[in-house]
Every structure is written in C-alpha cells, then in structure tokens.
Design a protein. Sequence first.
Length: 346
Amino acid sequence: MSETIVITTWLDREHVEQIRTMNPSVEVIYEPDLLIQPRFPGDHGAEMPNAPLSAEQEGRWLTLLKKATILFDIDRRYAERLPELAPNVRWIQSTSSGIGPSINQRRYPQRMPRTIITTASGVHAIPLAEFAAMSMLMHSRRGLHMMKEQASKRWERFSGTDLSERTALIIGLGSVGSEVARISKALRMRVLGIRRDPKLSSEDCTLESVSTIDSIHNLLPQVDFLILAAPQTMETQGLIGKRELHMLPKGAVLINISRGSLIDEPALIDALTSGHLGGAYLDVFSTEPLPESSPLWSLSNVLVNAHSASTSDRENSRIVDLFCINLKRFLNDKPLLNILDPEKGY
C-alpha cells in the first residue's frame, strides 16, 4: 500500500524536502497557502484561528485530508471532525507533547481505533529546561529586581545568593524533567525527583532520590525550588494547592513548565502576595491567554511568560528529525517512538 503524507502545519521547504528524500515511493503533500500562517519560528497555530479558507481552498484541503494515510500534525481548524475528514489516516505525528487531554476529549482513540498517534516528547526538553534554569538563576541573582532598578535608572548595590547546595524538587521526570535535573546538578544543586516509577537507574547520579507522588508532603518542606514538569493527567490536576504551597519553606520558589491545571492558581496568588512564596516563574496558566485582570501580571515576584518556554527557532528541525525516524520505522513495520497512551494521557 502506498502512503500519502499530508503536512498540516507550516514547515520550511528544506524540512519538506528532508521528508521527501526519506522514501521516493511516499507521496508528500505540502500546500502552504492552505495552512495557518506562523507568527514565529516553530509556531504550529496553537492559538488560531486566523483567516479562514475560501470555499475553493477548503474544498482542496478536505480532499487532501481524505487522501492522507499519514498526517504531520493535527490541523486545529478541523480537529473536532478529523476522524471523519481523514478516514484513511493510520498514523498522526503531533508537533506537541501534551496532547493527551485534547485527544481524549475528542475521543480519537474510540473514533480512530486503527490510527497510531505519536507525540513530540523530547523535542522541547532543552528549551524548557533552560527556562527552568534561567528562572532559578534569575531568582538567586535577583534578576527581577535588576530589571526594576534599570527601568527606574537607579544605581544601588544589593546582595543576591547562589544556587550551590540549594534543593530542587522536580515533579515529572520525563525528557523535560530529566533535562532540568541534569542542568540543576551542573549548578551544584541538590536534586530530588518525583515520578510514577520511582526506580532509579544505577547509572543516573543526577538525582539524590526519586519518589512517588505519595511522598510529596514529606519532600516539600525541604525544597527551595519546586519545578513542575509533569503532564496533565487525572493524577496531576490540582496537585499543588493551598496545603502544598504552605508546606514549602518561606521564601521557596515555584516554576511551572507543565500545565496551569496542576496548580490552584488563587492559592498560588495568595501565597505570593502574603510573602510566603519568594517567587513564581510561570510559563502556563489555568486560563490562556492570561486574563488582564489576573494579579499575576503585576506581582513584583512573578515572571509571566506567554506559554513560550518550549518554543525555539530549532524546533521544526527537531520535530522533522523525529518524524523521519518514525517514518522509517512505520514503513518497515517497526514500533514507533513516542506512541501516545490514552489511558496515561501522555
């Protein structure tokens, strides 16, 4: 059976050609005039919609979706109807890692039972881990204070601190959390981890200990930096609430590079305004875009980032490399990398 790949997200021509060279017998369809136009490198239209297709364009696009046996990404414009619009698709490669909740909400596993869905797990590990490292360094060296002083043109010396021997607790030790652990160790920090499977490889000397989520209340009082890198699942939703925040030592810092639903946001705001938390460096929020009315915008000990910590101008290269590895596996009936487990949600 010949395969037809339809690329549903914006790529540079060089990346399209990279896919085409993988196997001459595979048809690769790329029609950029029918796609959501990117706002920045690595943009895959997560906050669409933009200009809708004309009737003629939509007719062309729906014809291509019907023809596809492989999809490079999910077109957000047609995500709700995708199982019916693309009945021949046997494999979808997502450009995102955290697609489990949306896939389950749309009941793809039930509506597309013969379709494999793979995630971009690992692609965003480096930029997300670097954001976490930046946040810890900014806080210890008082980066937010520096920015305020510079804006006021005020010259007054001050003291910061350093990260050596500070304790970081990372919740979620997938590709992102593991990379955060590696960088934290390089900064001479004490690194603790929480994950579903507490087994620690004998070769991994990055983490002092790895525990299950049941141990969180024993670990929180030891923590200087709490870093959330876990996927959104039934287990993790609302994981950090008022009780957990107040179990942290006074002055501790929270960094969220996972999903906003992991935190009770009103409780977080209270902990920040009361002075119990020393700061929060947030890439994700319970409502996105973050409403203008949110107090988080104006708190002096908070860094608000517009869910952009994972983006990089090198993202598409990494995703296409992953796709090409998986395409070779798919064509040779080998197990694919990063297959989504709907029950786990990642």
